[in-house]
Ligand binder design. Structure first.
Ligand SMILES: [Zn+2]
Length: 217
């Protein structure tokens, strides 16, 4: 099964991808991670990516596609993938159609207000990076990390203005791509989050049940 997962920043794509990866036995391909990996590698392609990243320039589509193709070529035969963070443009989606068959689109539909509340109540340990949430994943002692006793802080870009701005950018960028996929007839599985403290398990179960209906799980 080959799938694409769409969801705004803060919608929980990482959480769902990891859980689905275990249940479906697919490779999660997160474009952001792949770029970071390929920059570290001393390959020809890695150096090409590095030349753009170091200049702070946008990596052009043909290089993005090359990186993706290289990663897809390393998926064991018979195994599928879950693509996160790609495609971001219609041109990229059209190219993807030529290099892989997409069976299903997973959509995480989380209201902006829930993302804002979730992220502004997030706290990180200064020392070890463990993530807490002062609403539903509280540390045992207020302001202190359970694991190492480090001080917890709110990331500077986890403030409402920055988050709402990020969400707007995401929407402007993604909506045309989602429209493109609707026209292709590829099935969509939409997951709607209704409350801030909704645990991921029932959502994963819902997605798995829908995938089974489509004979993809
Ligand atoms: Zn800590």
């Amino acid at each position: 099964m080959n799938a694409i997962i769409f969801g705004a920043p803060g919608a929980g794509k990482g959480t769902y991808s990891t859980r689905m990866q275990n249940q479906l036995g697919v490779d999660v391909i997160a474009m952001g991670d792949i770029f970071r990996e390929s920059v570290k590698q001393n390959s020809e392609l890695g150096n090409k990516v590095k030349s753009y990243v170091e200049k702070g320039a946008l990596v052009p589509d043909e290089v993005v596609v090359e990186v993706l193709k290289e990663r897809l070529s390393r998926i064991p035969a018979g195994k599928g993938f879950l693509l996160d963070g790609f495609p971001r443009t219609i041109a990229q989606a059209e190219t993807l159609q030529k290099i892989a068959k997409i069976d299903v689109i997973l959509m995480l539909d989380v209201p902006d207000q829930i993302i804002v509340e979730r992220l502004t109540s997030r706290r990180l340990c200064k020392n070890c990076g463990t993530v807490y949430n002062i609403r539903f994943l509280k540390p045992k002692v207020e302001g202190k990390c359970d694991k190492c006793g480090g001080e917890l802080y709110l990331r500077a870009d986890d403030n409402e203005t920055v988050i709402r701005n990020r969400l707007q950018v995401y929407k402007t960028q993604t909506e045309p791509v989602v429209e493109y996929y609707k026209k292709t007839g590829i099935p969509f599985i939409v997951n709607v989050t209704k409350s801030i403290d909704q645990p991921p398990e029932p959502m994963v179960e819902h997605m798995m049940a829908e995938l089974k209906k489509l004979n993809l799980a």
